[in-house]
Ligand binder design. Structure first.
Ligand code: ATP
Length: 202
């Protein structure tokens, strides 16, 4: 999958709808201090499902909604859409037929939030599933923020292993294994309970 386009409305300093196209290759965002470079990266991570307010440099999730400036009142909703070219077969089977995948995340000041894949409502889990093993995603190395290089070189063995596993495309299968083991465990618990009941009845 390749990042193609980012559309931002009401997110941090982006009051009006703004769009950024990413051509193939490496894209770098440059500009004067405080112009909103990191806010673009935050928007990208947020649309990819980032849950950590700290990673988004805020105190609460509401901080990502445009808070108003001298001439403009605060907004009640933030919406970010990220469009990816679906061209290398790393997307989940149910999305293989789409040439583009558009993810949208919306948050209202009331706290209500929603996720969409190609404009269809979905769960956060579905968003995470798209990125598992793709090398992209809120926690991937595809988006390099200020300080990220240092974080990778200083990472401990466990963290470094995560980066390698993600690049090798096995995170998706590791997660599925974890889910399956949890289901097996709960089935075993049910079986034990059932055996107890059978013994009581006999
Ligand atoms: P630097 O190069 O110094 O790191 P930058 O270009 O990365 O700067 P950002 O951190 O992306 O800049 O943007 C900072 C600006 O975003 C500040 O002016 C801040 O007031 C504004 N900002 C952050 N959150 C909001 C919000 N919720 N509403 C309105 N403006 C916001």
């Amino acid at each position: 999958m390749r990042l193609k386009k980012l559309e931002i409305t009401g997110f941090k300093s982006f009051c009006e709808k703004s769009g950024i196209n990413f051509p193939p290759g490496i894209s770098a965002i440059v500009g004067p201090n405080g112009c909103g470079k990191s806010n673009i990266v935050d928007a990208l991570r947020w649309a990819m499902g980032e849950q950590s307010v700290k990673q988004l440099r805020g105190k609460s999730m509401e901080d990502i909604i445009f808070a108003g400036t001298n001439g403009k009142p605060p907004l009640n909703m933030a919406e970010v859409s990220v469009t990816m070219a679906n061209d290398n077969g790393t997307s989940p089977a149910e999305l293989r037929d789409f040439t583009e995948i558009m993810l949208t995340r919306r948050l209202y000041r009331s706290g209500e939030s929603a996720y969409f894949i190609n404009k269809q409502p979905c769960r956060l889990k579905d968003i995470h599933n798209i990125f598992l093993g793709s090398g992209m995603g809120a926690k991937s190395y595809a988006v390099i923020q200020q300080g990220n290089i240092g974080a990778i070189t200083d990472a401990g063995p466990e963290e470094r292993r995560f980066f390698i596993e993600e690049a090798a495309g096995i995170t998706r299968y590791k997660n599925r294994k974890k889910e399956t083991l949890a289901k097996l465990d709960s089935t075993n618990q049910n079986l034990l309970r059932l055996m107890d009941i059978i013994k009581e009845v006999e």
